[in-house]
Design a protein around this ligand. Structure first.
Ligand SMILES: *[C@@H]1O[C@H](CO)[C@@H](O)[C@H](O)[C@H]1NC(C)=O
Ligand SMILES: *[C@@H]1O[C@H](CO)[C@@H](O)[C@H](O)[C@H]1NC(C)=O
Length: 306
């Protein structure tokens, strides 16, 4: 028993902050800096990109992916009416973006996690991340055309999908002790540059070399991702990170992650650049890749919105 305790303690010590880079400081040669500092395989590990957007760029009054822009958006989308409920990975309600965001601003525990906003207005992809920088770091995946399907009737899946995530932590948490909106632990067959445009989120990512310690379930609705209902992560070495407005986090293909919405005076608005990286799909987790193929074929229209 003692040996087990010692091993667990050692593993717990291995819970570390993600590596982070100050984007604006190294902007003139960001990819070069990352390769020199972390090696050519830096994309196999999570990375916190601090200051991907400059603060003043996010204050542009013409932005549509801002609080005022979203309040003014009447598109009907699915959403989670109460994202504090345990283990919910599928939306349960429908409403207009403006009405949902208004409720979140007033302290409602809803969560938006949908690709329909950027799918409907593909040019919004350039408001999620500075195209030049993410193209330099991750490749040519981020043109508005790539968010649409292709072929007649767009029957081929878009290889890039850009879900928007909006929610906020509860100010009263602790007193009422009802928990906070969150996205339970899951992993996906795509790479993800998750950009924070407003507010704050906390990320817990399982370190890729310890993925095997997580017991996976296939997604409840047969969609193309794996979920895990494990509630305790203390025996699994993790990375942790906090994204504030302007920051982004790189979540490599198949990396298990959980997202917590902590209270912030500004609601959390984020957009994720989900893109299919063919080589990483098989290399990062060959077993999951094979198990996931039927779900991907089934879900021709794109990837999970969570
Ligand atoms: C709100 O939307 C209308 C049209 O849908 C547009 O003309 C107007 O400029 C928008 N206002 C803001 C503040 O985004
Ligand atoms: C917003 O909150 C009100 C009051 O709780 C509720 O009646 C309404 O359905 C909510 N709207 C949406 C879009 O969830």
């Amino acid at each position: 028993m003692n040996e087990i305790k010692i091993i667990i303690t050692l593993l717990a010590i291995l819970c570390v902050a993600c590596i982070a880079v100050d984007v604006q400081k190294h902007r003139s040669n960001l990819a070069g800096f990352l390769e020199k500092t972390y090696g050519v395989h830096w994309r196999t590990r999570p990375l916190l990109l601090q200051g991907l957007w400059k603060k003043e760029e996010l204050l542009d009054p013409d932005r549509r992916l801002s609080l005022s822009g979203l309040l003014n958006q009447s598109l009907e989308i699915p959403y989670f009416s109460d994202a504090r409920i345990k283990n919910s990975l599928s939306p349960d309600s429908k409403g207009s973006v403006g009405a949902i965001v208004a409720n979140i601003s007033n302290g409602g525990a809803h969560k938006i996690g949908t690709q329909f906003i950027v799918q409907t207005y593909p040019d919004l992809i350039s408001e999620v991340a500075p195209t030049e920088i993410v193209t330099e770091l991750f490749g040519d995946f981020f043109k508005p055309d790539y968010v649409k399907g292709s072929g007649p009737f767009s029957i081929f899946p878009a290889l890039t999908t850009v879900p928007m995530f909006v929610a906020n932590g509860q100010k009263t948490e602790g007193f009422y002790n009802k928990g906070q909106p969150y996205t339970p632990l899951h992993c996906e067959p795509i790479g993800n540059v998750a950009v924070q445009l407003s507010g704050t989120k906390e990320w817990t990512l399982i370190r890729p070399e310890f993925s095997f310690l997580v017991k996976p379930s296939t997604a409840p609705d047969g969609r193309a991702f794996f979920a895990s209902w494990a509630s305790k992560l203390e025996h699994v070495p993790t990375y942790s990170a906090r994204t504030n407005a302007g920051d982004a986090i790189w979540v490599p293909t198949w990396t298990w992650h959980r997202v917590d919405y902590v209270y912030s005076p500004e609601i959390s608005i984020g957009g994720s650049l989900f893109h299919f990286r063919t080589a990483d799909f098989a290399r990062n987790n060959p077993l999951f890749a094979i198990l996931m193929i039927p779900a991907i074929l089934f879900e021709l229209v794109g990837y999970s919105t969570q």
